[in-house]
Design a protein around this ligand. Structure first.
Ligand code: CA
Length: 229
């Protein structure tokens, strides 16, 4: 599934690089690594990487600067940023700078791998979603992680964005709970049925005109969920 893909890891913490390299190689990816922003940018420019995992806090050039520079030079390789919890604003800035996703440290490797898979698949499909998608009377902004509905504005969590992307990319298709768990929660997370139901309920409140009678995010009994545009 992932044999041919090469991941560039730009990170200055040696232990994290070793851990990521092991995990990625174990899953069949080729790995390139750089421990400064400058070296990372140089490697990224060679076009060998199919996806870039980019730490924000780097010596010399920050991850945000690397990302800005890449996009200015027309490099469209998917970028997943690694941000620290204490720097919540970095994720917003990172997305504005052209990053495709972010993972907050400390993160679970399986969650990161799920994101890597999702972004590679999307890149292979050639079909990145537009930044804004209309769902009924709501507008979802995937860059800003929020939903506009009438004069309401709701923030979206990264999991909500991941679920919406998955659903919107597969309209009218039943998205099974297993798939949702794999692609939205990651392999080592075991949310209860109730957790997922609550999650979907909150998402409906943000998106649907009437969350009790959803028209777009439907439950398919005993199977999963379905998105109707
Ligand atoms: Ca760092």
């Amino acid at each position: 599934m992932s044999e041919a893909h090469t991941i560039l890891v730009i990170e200055d913490e040696p232990n994290l690089v070793i851990g990521l390299r092991d995990a990625l190689e174990h899953h069949g990816y080729g790995v390139l690594a750089a421990n400064t922003g400058t070296d990372g940018l140089e490697l990224a420019m060679t076009g060998q990487a199919d996806l870039i995992i980019l730490d924000v806090m780097l010596p010399g050039m920050t991850g945000l600067e690397v990302c800005t520079e890449l996009r200015q030079r027309g490099v469209a390789t998917p970028v997943i940023m690694l941000t620290a919890k204490s720097q919540e604003s970095d994720k917003i800035i990172g997305l504005d700078m052209g990053a495709d996703d972010y993972v907050t440290k400390p993160f679970s490797v399986s969650e990161l791998l799920a994101r890597v898979r999702a972004h590679l698949r999307r890149a292979d499909d050639g079909g990145a979603l537009p930044d804004r998608v209309e769902i009924g009377s709501a507008q979802v902004d995937f860059k800003k992680y929020c939903v506009f509905k009438g004069d309401e504005q709701h923030d979206l969590t990264d999991r909500e964005v991941a679920m919406l992307r998955l659903m919107i990319e597969h309209p009218h298709e039943v998205i099974t709970r297993d798939r949702l768990l794999d692609e939205v929660w990651g392999l080592n997370a075991y949310p209860t049925t109730r957790t997922i139901d609550t999650f979907v309920y909150r998402l409906r409140q943000k998106l649907e005109d009437d969350s009790q009678n959803p028209k777009h995010l439907l439950t398919v009994r005993g199977a999963g969920y379905k998105y109707i545009p």
